[in-house]
Structures are given as structure tokens and as C-alpha cells.
Design a protein around this ligand. Sequence first.
Ligand code: F6P
Length: 740
Amino acid sequence: MRFLVRLLGGIWLATLVVSAGFAYLEVREERERQIENLKRRATLVGAAVAEASERLVTRGARTGYERVLTRFGTPERGLAIYDAFGGVLGATADVRPFLGPLSPLVSDAIRSNEPVAGFQNVAGRLTWVHVVPVQQDERAAGAAAVLLDAQYLDSGEWDLWRRTAVRMGVLMLLVTGITWALVRWSVTRPIARIAEWTKQMKAGRPVAPPPDADESLFGSLASEVTGLARTLARARSAAEQEARLRLAGESVWTEERLKQFVEMRFGRRPVFVVSNREPVSHVRDGRVVREQEPASGLVTALGPIMQACGGVWVAHGSGNADREVGERIGLPSADPAYTLRRVWLSDEEEAGYYYGFANEGLWPLCHIVHERPRFRAADWGHYRAVNERFAKALLQEMEAVEAPIVLVQDYHFALLPRLVKEARPDARVALFWHIPWPNFEAVGICPWQSDILLGMLGADLVGFHTQFYCNNFLETVERAIEGRIEWDRFTVVRGQHTTHVRPFPISVAPDLGAAARPADRAAALAAFGVTGEFIGVGVERVDYTKGLPERIRALRRFFERWPEYRRRLTFIQIASPSRSRIARYQAVQEETREMVRALNADLGERGWQPIVYRERHHDRREIYGFYRLADFCMVTSLHDGMNLVAKEFVAARDDDDGVLILSRFAGASHELPDALLVNPYDVEDVASTIHRAVGLPVEERRDRMSHMRRQVREHNIYGWAGLLLDELARIPRVTDRRVA
Ligand code: F6P
């Protein structure tokens, strides 16, 4: 209330000063204009009266003035004619009794032989008096006075002030009303709602911020409160989880445990992560810049680790608004736990290093999907240069840190471990390869095989998802370069340096149930225009390794073989466009769209489509919502290092329901045998597995899901990081910080 009074006080004062100031200027201007008008009229009439009475005055006539006075006098205009001594020769009747006070003006005009004018009070009224000498031989022989009533000047002014006062009153009333309403709607009410919201958050109920809070007014307040609430919620849930685990005597990895573990093993040293993909991109959307979390398993996995451990994440700044936001930023923005250091690349570098060598060369090289890898010398040049650029940025970031822990991610940075180790032998470097490692014959076609292997072997620890990939890698090293392989210890020894090669099956945060708010199934489906008893879901980057066309073929076959499921089952496919500058990706995108279109056209009926295809970026929460409402999830990769969609689906199902149909060629299939495993190339197999999934008895569904959930919980992302860091910590430290 006091705020409102102060605000209104300010507005009133401003209104008063402005209105009064303008009214004053208006009054002055009007008065000057009226006086000018009076002067002009008096001068004209004065000159005419002087001229008309000139002959009479110079002759010294005592009569004859009546004619002049009648001709020029009017009720508002008094006239008087004087002789050379100021004696009245004639005057209009209305002014005759009041001529006394005019004498000084008349004498002045006669003496100076010049017109004299001014305001006089005549008969109690304001009067403009203009006295003109009547001349004879250029000497004043008398004078003529014109008296114009100017009383209306004063009353006009008062009128204007009165009008101004009324205007001001009305304006103030209006402003008061509008301000009061605005403050109530835009400030008081939203603040009350924010307060209520904060209370709910404090109580641990994760509710969305009120919708009517004006972004520009409350945006930062809302995000600060959200950040605080999240921190509280995380701390609370970590404590609860720890307590639960202690009671159950379990030793599952949690965020808190990982934090403590890192502190115990490495002291308060920050962790340095390098990856091509950044955890958050900034994207311009009209006039606003939005944060966008990319569709990437790597980001899904590493995000929680960085939140737990803190440190610096070096990545390619690829969002179109990244440069506006900054090179070094704290993340998550609502409650920063670590720093993102962005590395900028030119279009040409990105084309050569990322699209070219990494994704047209190494990606198809490592996946058995019958796509021919393309190796171009120019791309290789960019790949090397970009690895050097990232190494430089990383070295800068860890300049002040003794024996830093470095986690290099993926096939984009095969050369980085060696570059870093050469500059900082005290650093403990791990490289995790997120995609499969094929057999040595496949790798042998890469013209720069040795450089890649030597680059990777710069690391102290090289990790793959499975033991099988570790074996393939060691075999490749054995055949391609000089070095001693110790098969019993899974190490490669070259000179003084030893590289340990180990499997670390990557995973997700154990319980996404809380993040995946149970969707209101009916409402969510209605939003998609979907009705139906059964819902299947698929979540992929549009990549030819993911087996999207194969899946659609299988769905078609399913509906053909079991037509009773038409209108009863809808498959929702979430497809994130990916690497779309590469022709092969454009082709698979086109092919998928066309297959969906054809299937919907052939089998779809009024009010029902077999497949709802959503090709755009979806944020994590939206995706978790779909996981929650699906009866089954399909992962039909033709070849996949791990596949975290499978694990995310499981982690989101804290209702212990839902069926996972999983490709046996995805790394995840080794850990999740309770999924319904399929060969994605076998259309009949996949179609009948869909049929099995929708008909699976509820007890079996629950059994399978709870086994898978146990697996994901016990082998979660914190465990992945914990084991990897533990392995790294066991590697003897080099104390010499730099070698020549
Ligand atoms: O699977 C390999 C990988 O780098 C993942 O780590 C990540 O999920 C995916 O590819 C993302 O690809 P990109 O970063 O090229 O969009």
C-alpha cells in the first residue's frame, strides 16, 4: 500500500508540475496575443480619431467633436479628445466621468509628441489606454485617447486556470485508477502468486512458476527461486535416497556419493570434460534467446556428473545465439554448478572436422550399417586443427590446476589425449569412446589409422561401452602400430607410457520418475489428436544407424498381420533432425518421412493415423512425458554403442510398467535382457514382437520392467563416472608438470 501511495504521489507530482507549467505558458502566450491585439486596435483607432479631429483641434474649436466621437466610439471603446494643455475637448459619455486618472498619460503624449499607452483602471475595470498626439506642424496641438475595455483579459486567465485545474483533476483520477489496476494485476497479484509458489516449492512440491508473472519484471526472480528450489529439492532427495540406501544396506551410486568420492580421491580438484556437443545451446527465437539442450546421449550422461562434481566443460559453441550469451557461462543457468567454456569454429572447420571426418568418416567406420566411410585429406586437416584448438582451450582452462582430471569424450577428439599429455604430463586423461569400435580390418581402411590410435593412446585410460569393443581396440592396436599389449591387464605399453583399456557401460541418472511428471494420458494424447488404447513411442535423432525405416516397415507389417489393432494402436515417433548437412542424413530423413506418409495414407482412417511423426527438437521434459504414457518403447538401432533412450525409458517408468522393444545390436541389450530383443533387419520378428508387447500380461510387464529398473538403478551414470574416475585415480601420478 505504501508503495502504491509513493508511486501515485510521484505520478501526481509529475502531472501537477507538467500541467501547471503548460497552463502557465499558455496563459502567458494568450495574454501577449490579446495585448497585441488591443494595441493594434487602439493604434488604428487612435490614428483615425487624431486625424479626424486634427482640423478642429488646430483651429482651437470648442465644439464639433461630437461627430468624431459618434463616428469612432462604440460601447466597448471610449474616446476622448484633448487640447494642447490637456483640457478635455470632447469625450464619449461612458468615459467622461472617469477621465481624471488619464491626465499623466495625456501630458506625456503631448510633451513627448509620441503615442503613449498602458493599462489603467477606469471605472473599476481594467482598460487599455492609448493616447496619440494630434499634430500641427509636427508639434503636439492636442491629443486623442482611445480606451479599450481589457477586463476580459483577467477573466479569460481565470477561466483558463479553472479549466486546467479540472483537466488535472480528471487526469489524476484516471491515472490513479489505471495505476492502481496495473499495480494490482501486474505486481501485487503476481507477487502474491510467486510467494504462494515459493511456499509450495519450499514444501518440496515441484510446481511450475505462475504463468502471469511478467518475464521482464519477475523473470530473474523466478529463475533464482527455481534454482534455489531445485537445489533444495536435489539436496532433500539426495539425503532421502542416502537414508533409504543405508536402511536397505545397498551401495548404489548416487550424485552425493559421487561428489564425496571425487573429493576423497582427488581432493577439491575440478573435473575437465571435453566434448564436441555442448550441454546447452543458446538459440535465438525471434526477439528472445532460449536455452536448448541438444538431443545427445552424451549430454544426457555427462550433465548430471558435471552438476555433481563441478569443473569446466569445453565444447563447441554451436548455438546461433551462443556468441551473444558468452564464451564462459555458468550452468545450469538457474543454479550454476560448473562452467561451460565454448570453442568457436568457422563454418569451414565445422564442415571438415565435424560433418566431414568425424561423421562421414569415423561414424560409418565404427558402425556396421553398410554405409561407406568417406576420408578426405582436407577433412583430416580440419580434424587435426580443431583437435589442436580444443587442446589449447583446455590447457588454458587448467593452467592453474595441478594434476587435473580430464575426461575427453568421443570420436571427435581422437587426437586430443596425446596433445594434452604432451603439454601436461601431470594431467590424468581418460578418453571415452561413445560409439562401437569395429574389428581391426574395418579400421584398417582409414588412411590415418596410426595417427588416430597414437592420439588415443596418449590417454591414461581409454573406455568403451563393452568388453567386446575393448578387445577390438586392443587387437587393432596390436596389428596397426608398435607397442606391447598386455592382454592379462588390458593395457598398451609404448615407451614409458601405459594406456589402460576398460569397459564402462554408460548409463543415465537412476530415477527420472520425478522429472517425468506422470502425464495426463488423455490430455497429452488429445493434444496430438491421438486416441487409442495402445501407444508406442520412439525417440531418435534422425540417423541411418537408428533403424527408422526398418521400424516403420515393421509397424506396417504389424497392422497388416493384426488388423484388429488398427484404430486401437498409435505409434508416436519423436525425431530430432541431426547432421542434416550430410547427404546420407538428408536421404534417411526423406525416406522416413515418405514411409510415414505412405503408411498413414494406406492404412490410416478418418480420425486415426498409425504413426504420429513429430520431426523437431523436443526438450527433455516433453520426452519424459511420452515415455510415461507409452505402452511400449521401440529402439531398433542397426548398430549402437549403447543407446541411452532405452535406459531413459526404463528410468522414467517408476510405475514399473511399459515394455521395451530393443535391438540386439544396441550395446544396451547386453544389460537389459528383460527387454523384448529384436533383430531390426527382420521385419517379421519386429512386427510379431510389437504384437507380443501389446499383449504381454501385466505381471510379466511388471517383472521385466522392475528387473530392468534395478539394473539401471544399480548401474547408473554416477556409477559409470565413479568407476571411470576410480580407475583413473589408480594410475600413478606423474609429478613433473611439463616435459620438454
Ligand atoms: O553416439 C555418439 C554421439 O556422439 C553421442 O554421444 C550423442 O548422443 C550423439 O552422437 C549426438 O550426435 P551429435 O552431437 O553429432 O548431434
